[in-house]
Ligand binder design. Structure first.
Ligand code: AMP
Length: 544
């Protein structure tokens, strides 16, 4: 009998398909980058395709070949998009380095990944210059002039001159879908940063997934503004999905501020713009003062990286007409895991229930398997109460870190990745992230979710930001301390916060004390840096 299996073509899922498809179908569509003092500088996908082929030609002349790592150290720009594509198209590996890490971590990451070339924004060079000598594997530094008047440092190559003099690469090598396309290191809070390596297949499938209606729904008609840094988890992989769909893409350029985001959204009728919650909190503060701005063109604000407060989601919906989509993911997952789309019958429910759901992190995206597991390795029920560590598996989840044998304990024997996030899952399948394992507060045998308490505090009308940390306690082991930043110009007394929380929280979960601080310290990717706060309040003596 003739075999029936495996009669479809073996067509490797590589990003070459996206590139060639868009070169053919969408050459007229727009790309743009914000240049400080100049405004938006526009180009097209035809320019992108030509320039990317030239960059690949130039890299080949510099000796870059299959498997070689090409690092980027840059803000979001159309040039960074060229660097997203040229190395993987030619079989090399794009390595996005986080420009906000410490010099020590940057040197470690570049050396560990063995980058041979670094493509650097001129405005980021001052960070690299002092450690250039420590970057043992880097043979060439290529500098992009990202601001007017930028200079090329001695010994570096000029990106534009290099492209102008290069032969465009005509034929791309045939690749396997399992070949590495990109890599990114976690902004790890303990130990050395660890590298996640993305295969072509992972990026291909993730881009298809993010284009699904029930995920981000990215399509040709979208006008995407890139604010999530391209050095952080592939900017949530949206630049790839944008190219795949031929969407208009606008890049935020060097160090974009909340006001820049508002202006671009208003002027360009942006439809999709993602950022971490802290950015939206700052945008809200401006919109409150300056009602002339219209951001209602936005159909989707993917928001994640840390928990988005319910009040923020509701306010952006009702006051600004801009819909937030709460999502959860991580560098190790390319990065999407869950998005919070309301099921049709939940969307029909009362407002209170709808927004309670919208503040959850959502249900797993098609392609991702997800479970919660207790300390003994027992899977927990989806009852909205039982908590456990989230474990995931899927075609865009790492099965190993790059060359970090000591991290083997992050993977289970039955093939799941241990995320380190603690969550409950409700009976509808919506995930509620409780904390990172290390941020949970253990008080007298009860667990207190710091995220829970801080999103509640951020619902207070006088509060700009709040972070809740554990401080040691002689009797209860740990107790919550709330660090609160009042909105500018308002007078806030700590007791107002405690009175506000009292009816909403179990007695033992109420912070012992509220301290007012000037700002919540942020990590390199804009999340609350609780490590710094814990350090600051390490000698804190509890009030009772
Ligand atoms: P990163 O790899 O830097 O993107 O960080 C991933 C981590 O950010 C996750 O493991 C979570 O701890 C946290 N995170 C991401 N999205 C959310 C969210 N929507 N709510 C709470 N925490 C989140």
């Amino acid at each position: 009998m003739a075999g029936v299996d495996d009669l479809m073509m073996h067509y490797p899922l590589t990003i070459r398909h996206f590139f060639e498809r868009t070169r053919r179908l969408f050459p007229k569509k727009t790309l743009a980058t914000r240049v400080p003092g100049v405004g938006l500088v526009r180009s097209t996908y035809a320019d992108f395709a030509e320039r990317t082929a030239r960059l690949a030609g130039a890299l080949e002349t510099l000796g870059i070949g299959k498997g070689d790592r090409v690092g980027t150290f840059a803000w979001n720009s159309h040039r960074h998009l060229e660097a997203y594509f040229a190395p993987p198209l030619m079989g090399a590996v794009l390595h996005t380095v986080n420009i906000r890490l410490s010099a020590q971590d940057i040197a470690y990451i570049v050396n560990h990944a063995a980058d041979r070339v670094l493509i650097v924004d001129a405005s980021c060079w001052p960070t690299l210059e002092p450690i250039r000598k420590q970057l043992e594997t880097v043979e060439h530094v290529i500098v992009m002039k990202d601001t007017p008047g930028a200079q090329i440092p001695p010994g570096a190559l000029d990106y534009e001159e290099l492209l102008a003099g290069a032969q465009p690469m005509e034929a791309w090598p045939t690749l396997e879908e399992t070949d590495a396309a990109g890599m990114c290191y976690t902004s790890g809070t303990t130990g050395h940063p660890k590298g996640a390596v993305y295969t072509h297949r992972a990026i291909f499938l993730h881009s298809l997934a993010s284009s699904m209606t029930d995920v981000l729904g990215i399509g040709e008609r979208d006008v995407i503004l890139h604010i999530v840094p391209m050095f952080h988890a592939n900017a949530w992989c949206v630049p790839f999905a944008g190219v795949m769909n031929g969407a208009t893409q606008i890049f935020g350029g060097p160090n974009p501020q909340p006001r820049d985001i508002i202006e671009i959204v208003h002027n360009e009728r942006v439809t999709v713009v993602g950022a971490v919650p802290t950015v939206w909190i700052a945008i809200d503060a401006i919109l409150e003062q300056e009602p002339q701005w219209d951001i209602s063109s936005i159909r989707c604000i993917p928001i994640g990286g840390s928990a988005a407060p319910r009040t923020l989601i509701e306010k952006f919906d009702k006051k600004y007409g801009a819909s937030m989509l709460h999502a959860w993911g991580m560098t190790e997952m390319t990065p999407l895991g869950t998005v919070c789309r309301l099921k049709s019958y939940l969307d029909a429910g009362p407002d209170d229930q709808r927004y309670a759901y919208r503040a959850k992190q959502g249900y797993p995206v098609a392609g991702v398997d997800l479970r919660i597991v207790d300390d003994e390795g027992r899977e927990q029920p989806w009852d909205g109460q039982s908590m456990g560590e989230i474990q995931v598996r899927g075609p865009w989840v790492i099965r190993s870190y790059y060359d970090t044998p000591e991290s083997g304990d992050r993977f289970t024997d039955d093939g799941w990745f241990k995320t380190g996030d603690v969550a409950a899952i409700d009976p509808e399948g919506y995930v509620i992230i409780t904390d990172r394992t290390k941020d949970l507060i253990k008080s007298g045998g009860e667990w207190i979710s710091s995220i829970d308490v801080e999103t509640m505090i951020m619902g207070h009308p006088k509060v700009l930001e709040a972070a809740v940390i554990a401080v040691p306690h002689p009797r209860w082991v740990e107790r919550p301390l709330a660090c609160v930043v009042p909105k500018p110009g308002v007078t806030l007394e700590p007791v107002e916060i405690l009175d506000y929380l009292r009816p909403k929280l179990a007695k033992w979960a109420l912070p012992d004390e509220v301290v007012l601080i000037e700002a919540v310290p942020k990590t390199s990717v804009g999340k609350f840096d609780k490590k710094v706060l814990r350090e600051r309040f390490k000698g804190w003596t509890p009030a009772n």
